[in-house]
Design a protein around this ligand. Structure first.
Ligand SMILES: [Zn+2]
Ligand SMILES: [Zn+2]
Ligand SMILES: [Zn+2]
Ligand SMILES: [Zn+2]
Ligand SMILES: [Zn+2]
Ligand SMILES: [Zn+2]
Ligand SMILES: [Zn+2]
Ligand SMILES: [Zn+2]
Length: 449
């Protein structure tokens, strides 16, 4: 059913319905003429507020020319203008009173901002305009349909974000956000007594989170403190006068608020009241005697330690974890069978955070059965096949080489320590060498400057 309350009687007469349809509508209920069942894909000739031509209804998702919302509630098409509007946009009232602009009503315009104005984005959210806007000519105050329909609150009380009431200032004004340190150009929320200004979205930044670039939790602060801070994610400078995330255990470590809460960095969980994760089961082995361990991947037997240097005669054997030859490295070998691990590989943590995934990865000995690859898997990062251990998370499986990459990444083929970035730039900022040559394709690293 579609409700078109704002159609006049004349509009209703103009609807392209058969006489039979009309009769049945009247018959069923004289007052329900504004409700009608859409049996066909299209009903032609509906005249909508704010648009000169009759428009036809489409009972499917349309790509709205009016706004940027994604919506599948159906929509209208104007064949004269070849314009699609989603239902809510098409039925927008031609004038509204808006709480952010109480001086004058706002008028619906359907051809974007007037040519003589220099406005191209919403006063409140900064979103770019499409065809539909609400506009006050006298004040050059303009909103996109989303902010017109759902006005942001004039006052916000969110003690986790700020201890006092925050008030929306719907102005074009440059300010530096106290939470993220970025410059905004409009409509901050302000607390005058604290000289505090904040982006709307930054009010709700989480307080304690895990990020995949650091093994401790990081906490939000509104004042980092003056020092030469470098962001642990993007490697750019952080202005200590404003907010950021910092590690309570590592006094040097801080991350921009925007970088810490990026989708590829943060798993979206607020941990303020969550107990710290148990770190115990991260230990990969128990020491059971002098130079004797029991490794979680080989619990049936104990492994004995042998110093590297070639004396062990195990050079031809391959490590079960990384599948590389033991060579001259120190190793642990099983006292009862041929199970063997490099010392380094025996120490791989069972759980770890990784730059390619925003929740922790788990070290696995056994490869989940796959009908195509028996006993081998393909590393999600380097695309090489491996039959060794892997780090697994949802939708990702890394061989131990790629799974062990941490920041800073020191590579023998490159003179500077490398840091992970997404997705660009891929060039070392210190020397300009293109990085794809020296690290697996999915990793892009730049150097710290
Ligand atoms: Zn729309
Ligand atoms: Zn807006
Ligand atoms: Zn006005
Ligand atoms: Zn901000
Ligand atoms: Zn305050
Ligand atoms: Zn950053
Ligand atoms: Zn730390
Ligand atoms: Zn190994």
């Amino acid at each position: 059913m579609v409700r078109l309350d704002n159609l006049s009687d004349e509009d209703f007469v103009n609807l392209d319905l058969s006489d039979e349809d009309r009769a049945s509508l009247h018959q069923s209920d004289e007052d329900s003429k504004y409700f009608f069942q859409l049996c066909e894909d299209e009903v032609k000739g509906v005249k909508l507020p704010g648009h000169d031509h009759p428009m036809s209804f489409l009972a499917r998702a349309v790509y709205c020319s009016g706004c940027t919302e994604i919506n599948d509630s159906g929509g209208y098409h104007c064949s004269d203008c070849d314009m699609y509007l989603h239902k809510e946009c098409a039925e927008s009232p031609s004038e509204i009173n808006h709480p952010s602009h109480t001086r004058h009503p706002l008028t619906l315009l359907t051809r974007g901002a007037p040519d003589d104005s220099h406005i191209n984005s919403c006063r409140l959210c900064g979103g770019k305009f499409r065809r539909l806007i609400y506009h006050c000519t006298e004040c050059e105050f303009t909103l996109d349909p989303a902010c017109a329909r759902n006005p942001p609150p004039l006052i916000v009380y969110h003690p986790k974000g700020h201890e006092h009431l925050l008030t929306l200032m719907p102005r074009l004004i440059f300010f530096t956000c106290n939470a993220c340190g970025m410059v905004g150009d409009r409509s901050p929320y302000v607390c005058p007594q604290c000289d505090f200004m904040i982006h709307k979205d930054c009010i709700y930044l989480p307080r304690v989170i895990n990020i995949n670039r650091h093994h401790h939790r990081v906490s939000r602060t509104y004042f980092l403190g003056l020092r030469n801070w470098v962001c642990g994610v993007c490697r750019l400078k952080i202005d200590g006068k404003y907010g950021a995330y910092s590690c309570l255990k590592c006094p040097q470590y801080a991350v921009h608020s925007r970088c810490a809460t990026r989708e590829d960095v943060w798993d979206g969980e607020e941990l303020e009241y969550e107990p710290e994760e148990e770190m115990e089961d991260v230990e990969p082995f128990k020491v059971v005697g002098k130079n004797l361990i029991n490794h979680f991947t080989h619990e049936e037997h104990n492994l004995g330690f042998k110093e590297g240097g070639g004396g062990g005669g195990e050079e031809s054997m391959r490590c079960r974890a990384c599948v590389l030859p033991i060579d001259l490295d120190s190793f642990y070998s099983c006292v009862d069978c041929d199970f063997i691990l490099h010392e380094v590989c025996a120490n791989l943590p069972r759980k770890k955070r990784h730059v390619l995934h925003n929740s922790p990865l788990t070290l696995q000995k056994n490869i989940p059965h796959h009908k195509l690859y028996k006993g081998v898997f393909r590393c999600s990062a380097c695309k090489e096949f491996s039959s060794g251990f892997s780090y697994i998370g949802s939708g990702i499986q890394l061989d131990v080489r790629c799974g062990s990459i941490t920041e800073p990444f020191v590579h023998q083929g490159h003179p500077h320590p490398l840091f992970f970035t997404l997705p660009d730039p891929k060039t070392c900022r210190a020397c300009g060498i293109w990085q794809n040559k020296i690290v697996p394709a999915l990793f892009t690293f730049t150097v710290c400057i």
